[in-house]
Design a protein around this ligand. Structure first.
Ligand SMILES: N[C@H](CCC[C@H](N)C(=O)O)C(=O)O
Length: 297
């Protein structure tokens, strides 16, 4: 009799995730297994997978256990590992709340990009789909120097290099259709700018402090939303607009429309970036361990 492993499905502005609760880090999830679970036909389907592990039980998070009881072991849908996932950490917090591990209010979550503070507002009657339910302290953006270009459909455009713990290239366009079909990853130059690949965001203005984006995510393809990408876009747009809260001493807030909804990003004078948006648990079920064990390794 095979063991049945619990999973849940959730999303934040339609960036969707398979959630695998595994407090003691007992479930082996090699890249091929993650890719199979995230497969939208032969598996459960998701842009990524959130492996829910106690920090003390994971070699990469043990040193953070005193600060954050839970570690978000984030994987991209192709099985690759990313340092951070902004929509994912909101959905992760929603899972912790639903499972009774945390109440509404503040919770610290360990990630490969450091410990993030998450504030869970009182869940609305709609189960958390309302915008503005969960706020994440995303840390500071790094804006490395050096020219970067991104090419799609044979046209190169300048891009702003922004690191949110994971790498981003932000391209300003007049029309989001200029991003092309995004069936394949845009190319970038110089190759040295992103030795481990990059998340590419195309941004169009929608009004004062209001932009819209499309994104090709490293390890996932075009997604309906990217939380770290929305933060990178907000900071790149602020700098394009000549705004730097560390200089003005005043926070700046951007509304970022993603194909799957809306995220609100605030950059504070100390450089901390806060992202607010919804997070919804859609379903729960079981994974047949026999199926998981028979996957290619
Ligand atoms: N694909 C990204 C990780 C997920 C980021 C995105 N889903 C987010 O919400 O931040 C990367 O490889 O860096």
């Amino acid at each position: 009799m095979s063991t049945r492993i619990a999973f849940l499905k959730g999303h934040g502005t339609e960036n969707d995730f398979v959630i695998v609760p595994d407090p003691e880090n007992a479930i082996d999830l090699p890249p091929a297994a993650v890719a199979a679970l995230c497969d939208r036909r032969a598996g459960i389907g998701g842009d990524g997978l959130l492996h829910v592990v106690r920090s003390a039980a994971h070699p990469e998070a043990r040193h953070l256990a005193a600060e954050a009881e839970w570690f978000m072991d984030y994987r991209n849908g192709d099985g690759s590992i990313a340092e951070m996932c902004g929509n994912g950490v909101r959905v992760f917090a929603r899972y912790l709340q639903r499972a009774g591990h945390v109440a509404e209010g503040d919770v610290a979550v360990a990630t490969r990009g450091g410990v993030k503070t998450v504030h869970i507002a009182k869940t609305g009657s709609d189960g958390g789909s309302a915008a503005g339910d969960i706020t994440v302290g995303m840390g500071r953006a790094l804006l490395p120097d050096g020219e970067v270009t991104v090419s799609v459909d044979g046209r190169s455009r300048p891009a702003r290099n922004v690191n949110m713990g994971n790498p981003h290239a932000v391209v300003f366009v007049d029309d989001l259709a200029h991003a092309g079909d995004l069936f394949t990853a845009p190319s970038f130059s110089p190759a040295s700018a992103y030795p481990d690949g990059v998340n590419v965001e195309f941004v169009a203005d929608r009004g004062p402090r209001h932009v819209a984006l499309r994104v090709h995510e490293r390890g996932a393809g075009e997604t309906r939303s990217c939380g770290t990408g929305a933060c990178a876009v907000a900071v790149a747009t602020a700098r394009r607009d000549g705004v730097d809260p560390s200089v003005t001493g005043t926070p700046v807030t951007y509304t970022v429309e993603v194909p799957g909804g809306t995220l609100v990003i605030t950059e504070r004078p100390d450089g901390e970036i806060e992202m607010t948006g919804p997070a919804v648990i859609v379903a729960e079920g079981v994974i047949e361990e026999q199926w998981l064990e028979n996957l290619p390794r």
